[in-house]
Design a protein around this ligand. Structure first.
Ligand code: FE
Length: 227
């Protein structure tokens, strides 16, 4: 199995290219518009046929490359049910299977960071978008975010995955790259041993500034990045 984790240093975003192997179909998760050339070069070098682009949600901090990649490769762009982005090729829902070569991904609906947040699971790994970070979580204070929903998404859904499942987050601000369900259950300071009320208290008092690109990124992403 081939997994490439790419990092956008401006927005601290992780993008993933996943495929069976060289020469197979591929999926790109959460691509950033300014990195399209890098993705296209890597796809060519690894001889990958881009089948899908999956955005884990409508992002507020960067502009998606989904629309550009669709124009360049004829791939199918995916967002979860409930999204307001009408430009998307296909809307997927909780429990739906996505096939890329011989790989099978299961769509997990995980609202909380936003009302349209989803994760993608394939055995041994889960791509968690901004639902679950390494020792952290995505914020819940805009785009209909909700800390109680996020707690339930993480604790009831993600934490029920096998503990050895590797966690590939949508962002990291502290130099981490990946984790596991077991580590986050036991060491995530917002979640380990915390009740839903304690989690809500933490999330309601983060006092984070809005993302720099928010006013540009949200409208652009509702048009799949093509504005
Ligand atoms: Fe986000």
């Amino acid at each position: 199995m081939l997994v490439r984790q790419l990092f956008d240093a401006q927005t601290f975003t992780f993008t993933y290219i996943v495929a069976d192997n060289f020469g197979s179909e591929a999926i790109i998760i959460d691509p950033v518009d300014s990195k399209v050339e890098q993705y296209m070069k890597l796809l060519k070098e690894l001889n990958l046929k881009l089948k899908y682009v999956f955005d884990t949600h409508v992002h507020a901090d960067h502009i998606t490359a989904a629309g550009k990649l669709r124009e360049l490769t004829d791939c199918i762009t995916l967002l979860g049910a409930g999204t307001n982005a009408k430009c998307v090729s296909k809307v997927v829902k909780d429990g739906e299977k996505i096939h890329v070569g011989t790989l099978e991904f299961t769509v997990l609906e995980t609202p909380g960071h936003t009302q349209d947040s989803y994760c993608l699971y394939t055995p041994k790994m889960v791509f968690t978008g901004d639902t679950l970070f390494v020792r952290g979580t995505g914020r819940t204070d805009f785009q209909a975010g909700n800390p109680v929903d996020q707690y339930n998404s993480i604790v009831n859904k993600l934490f029920s995955l096998p503990e050895e499942t590797l966690v590939y987050p949508g962002h990291d601000y502290n130099g981490n790259t990946r984790s596991s369900i077991w580590e986050e259950k036991n060491f995530n300071p917002r979640l380990a041993g915390k009740s839903v009320a304690e989690f809500k208290e933490i999330m309601d008092n983060l006092n984070l500034p809005n993302p720099k690109l928010m006013d540009v990124a949200v409208p652009a992403n509702l048009a799949c990045g093509l504005i």
